[in-house]
Design a protein around this ligand. Sequence first.
Ligand code: PLP
Length: 380
Amino acid sequence: MPRSCVRELLSSRPGSDLISFGGGVPHHSCVPLKDIQAAFETVCTRHGAQAFSYGSSEGEPELRDYIASEWLPRFGVDARPDEILIVNGSQQALDLVAKVLIDPGSAVAVERPTYLAALQAFSAYEPVYREVPLDECGPMPDALATHLQTAGCRFFYTIPSFQNPSGACCTLGRRREIVEVMNRSNALLVEDDPYSQLYYEKKPPLPLCALGASRPVLLGTFSKLVAPGLRLGWVWARSETMRHLVVAKQAADLCTGRFSQFLVLETLRRLDIDSHLSMIRAVYKSKRDAMHMALTASLADLCAWPLPAGGMFFWVKLRYADVPVRRLLARCIKNRVAFADGASFFATPSAQSFMRLNFTQPTPSEMTEGLMRMRRVLAE
Ligand SMILES: Cc1ncc(COP(=O)(O)O)c(C=O)c1O
């Protein structure tokens, strides 16, 4: 299994002078702390000790209901509550999907690049990766069709909206093409959607799972909407897939924490979700713009990047492909600045050098200072 450079950065308890562009953590001002605190009291009063008991492996019925009948209809997804599984962060869904679908040597299609922690989750089950390159419209349908036909992939894992790490957003036309290609095969469409509500220009198109995919598995999370430390996500899948995911979930942890589920539901009921999301978008859009300005001022001659229209990251390409990014990162950390090494986001090695830079955490002055520190190391 590959190591996670991001997790290691987050766990290294760096001194306070380290400026990190490494993780994908929401900004503390975007966590609805007051509502969570009030929800805490309400849950304790309403449920008493029961809130801290074991729950069902599928998840609390009220929360599954909320997701099926209040959240997913916003995205054109017509789901039944019994088609929802509550998981311990969508990271757990990645593991359960892999546990159910991958045997050693099974082919799995992933985007190139793709989310490093998905590669970590899948790799434990020893798949063979088939990579689908991305162009400016999204994953390339011809490459996907070839992999599905020639390798018999078990599933295609995609992050269509503001992809982690590239920030790319798949167009509506391309989403329809991908669905068409998927529906000609037996492979499942595993769509991961943590970022679609973090848009800074225009709303992304509907999820692929709402556009007629015949074997959909949609992953969602409360990490970016409420708080990542509550470790709460969900999966929507049809019953023939769901029953296997539930068994895998039983074996993994019996159930997701009951208290977190009640707490999130109560928090969501207190929040005005639309204004909460608008507030988050406003905070991150201004951070994105500050980061773009700081990058332009300090690294434009050494690197190139697209402006992300959503999500949490800049995907920065070094103009010199032979820069050993791992060593660059080690030097940068010595100089008190960190980022995620782009190499971790490729299932097979890339000839080009990339860095993934988070913009939701640092302040504008940290951005300027951190990027100047990076510039000095790069120039050396
Ligand atoms: C693409 C993607 N999938 C899944 C996750 C995991 O989210 P969770 O906190 O729900 O486990 C993340 C978190 O950053 C992510 O970027």
